[in-house]
Write a protein of this length. Sequence first.
Length: 192
Amino acid sequence: MTQIPPHFFGFGSLVNLGTHIYSDARPARLSGWRRTWVRSNARPLAFLSVTRAPGHAIDGLMAAVPGADWAALDEREYCYVRVDVSGEISHDLNPAPQVALYQVPEENIAPESCQNLIPLSYLDVVLRGYAQVFGEAGVHDFMASTDGWEVGILDDRATPGYPRHQVMTAAELALHDRLIAEIGAPVVTESL
């Protein structure tokens, strides 16, 4: 019997296939969790994490860990710790592999006084990924199943701070801006 390599579950930028080289990525659903924007003293801008939330679920992608070696992913996902979610995820693989996600541990979360904002260039990439994989309904679901919007958004589209930013179409920008307005997230044009 062939050994199935471990897999990771991506719930943010990893859903955008243009941000990585994992060709075997497939949709999956994680039960009992929600996404949340967090601030950390280890990074200059806010970023996505997840928290346990019974009764909730989030969509994302899972993919095999190349060579079953977590080192490259651990490097990309610094500030996070790996959490096994094998029993909490629905997917189409049989037999089921071991699946982990990356979560920001409590000790890496900054106090509310920290002024780190969500980079809009990052959010644009995440929303594009959800649209490409799950359609417009998936983008709406992303917004509704994510907490922490009160952190605020930094409009850095002119000078993107996110290293894997992508040029968006006018239609994508209009949709993203509308969703941000609907969720009531404050947008600023310069860092506080």
